[in-house]
Design a protein around this ligand. Sequence first.
Ligand code: SF4
Ligand code: SF4
Length: 203
Amino acid sequence: MEEATEGLSVARACGECSLCCRVLRVDELDKLGGVPCVHQDVDAPGCSVHAQRPNICRSYRCLWLSGGLEEGDRPDRLGAVVDVVADGSLVRLEIRSLLPGAFDASPRLAAIAEEYRSSMPVRITDVEDVLNPDHAYRVLLPAGEEHRVQGDRTEIQRPGQPVEYRRLSLFERAFRGVLLGLRRLRIRRSRSGPRRVEVPPGR
Ligand code: SF4
Ligand code: SF4
């Protein structure tokens, strides 16, 4: 999103990368994740409303831009946006790939996940996750534990142990149903057309 890091040991700029403009949601524009932003330049990487871009775009820094990944891990080369996300008091690493299956095909993404899973959950998904609220995703935890979540069911794998299956309780399923309904409403509204940033005449 066209930012440069400052005050960090690694000074970086987005350069040719604009993957987050495609992969991530931008509520201020009613932009869905996985859909190119209407303000992405078609001729060159970058934002055609850079000076007027929404606040979320100004403040967003993926983990690479923040200096948390190796120089060669720029998201457009990895095929995934990697960032640390706070969900209430919980913090997790998110790996959101542009294409399904990109995580399994990338030794580097697997190495990043291994590095972080002992200190925080690592959630692996792709852009479909935002367009389909029931899309499956995986969570990697310490000691080789992995949760594969599909709808209200979770398959839990632990090294050397039989696979365990869990289903949300009735109350949790009802709560999830409400959240899914709200999410589908937002997706429908976004599909009716994104909002655009107003650019003052002469800019
Ligand atoms: S994914 Fe990271 S490096 Fe790429 S444009 Fe977004 S903030 Fe910049
Ligand atoms: S407004 Fe600009 S910075 Fe924000 S998502 Fe769109 S192209 Fe990217």
